[in-house]
Write a protein of this length. Structure first.
Length: 298
């Protein structure tokens, strides 16, 4: 499998949920079925597993390995599989990265260390230490709403000097910072916030790591293609049609609503794990209305 150096992890990626059985155990067959569905029917050329939407903080290391192996077995020959390995402990993150490399992951997603609130020097040391620990390409995940600490432009510029730090999943909602980083580095940017997919693509992002991609993958591919073709009126039309989907999925935690949508569609998902709680009947009814307004029938 070959990738375009300009978009090292593909174009349309979804932050894939981890399907669970009703008793809360991992549904590995379901993970394989869902991964194949996303790649074969939802226009994905990549998947991110074991991220926030994959409920990684609730998975033991052995469970994470089992999910990654299952997804790689299902689609690793025809899609880029990126393993979320980030924690707020550098040593643990390095262990996760090395394990993901041994299992055959194609790349690593490394989130800003959360809770500890490290200074920028600590962020840079964390990211470069993880990048040094394997031969895999790294996508940094900049999401201050969860990590509190943003990755500042100067830190990204320095991180980009590392040969294996090649991309950023951006959920910072700071378009000015994105523009400056793109102007000063060759990092490949991926939109990590669905509501900002269009503006980030217009600034120069090369793709998306999406939650709504579970149900609208082909339309995200069309959005990216329209931007790349310079057809902004068409891109705006596609994006306008997706707004109700973006809003509906993020009325609460995205994994809660997207798992509800997948269950309604008869796809593997199962419940969420505590401390999250499953969507209520009222939330599911609202989700049906929102998605229908965006052209998705449950």
């Amino acid at each position: 499998m070959t990738t375009d150096p300009a978009r090292p992890f593909g174009r349309v990626l979804t932050a894939m949920v981890t399907p669970f059985a009703e008793d809360g155990s991992i549904d590995l067959a379901g993970a394989q079925e869902l991964a194949a569905h996303l790649v074969d029917r939802e226009a994905h050329d990549g998947l991110v597993v074991l991220g926030t939407t994959g409920e990684a903080p609730t998975l033991a290391d052995g469970e994470q390995s089992a999910v990654l192996e299952a997804v790689l077995d299902a689609v690793g020959d025809r899609a880029v599989v990126v393993a979320g390995v980030g924690t707020n402990d550098t040593a643990h993150t390095i262990d996760n990265a090395r394990r993901a490399e041994r299992l055959g992951a194609h790349g690593l997603l490394v989130v800003t260390p959360y809770y500890s609130k490290p200074p920028q020097a600590g962020l840079l040391r964390h990211f470069t230490s993880v990048a040094d620990s394997t031969d895999l390409p790294v996508m940094l995940y900049d999401i201050p709403p969860r990590s509190v600490v943003p990755i500042e432009v100067e830190t990204l510029v320095r991180a980009a000097e590392h040969p294996r730090i090649v991309a950023v999943k951006d959920a910072k909602a700071d378009l000015g910072a994105v523009a400056w980083t793109l102007a000063r580095t060759d990092l490949a940017y991926y939109s990590g916030e669905d509501m900002l997919n269009l503006p980030l693509l217009a600034l120069g992002a090369v793709g998306v790591v999406s939650v709504v991609g579970h149900v609208v993958g082909p339309r995200l591919a069309e959005l990216i293609a329209a931007v790349e073709a310079g057809d902004l009126p068409k891109a705006r039309e596609i994006n306008d049609g997706l707004l109700p989907v973006y809003t509906g999925v993020f009325r609460t935690q995205g994994v809660i609503t997207i798992k509800a949508a997948l269950r309604e569609l008869g796809l593997p998902a199962g419940p969420v794990r505590p401390p999250l709680v499953d969507a209520t009947p009222e939330q599911i009814a609202q989700l049906r209305t929102d998605l229908a307004s965006g052209g998705v029938s449950l």
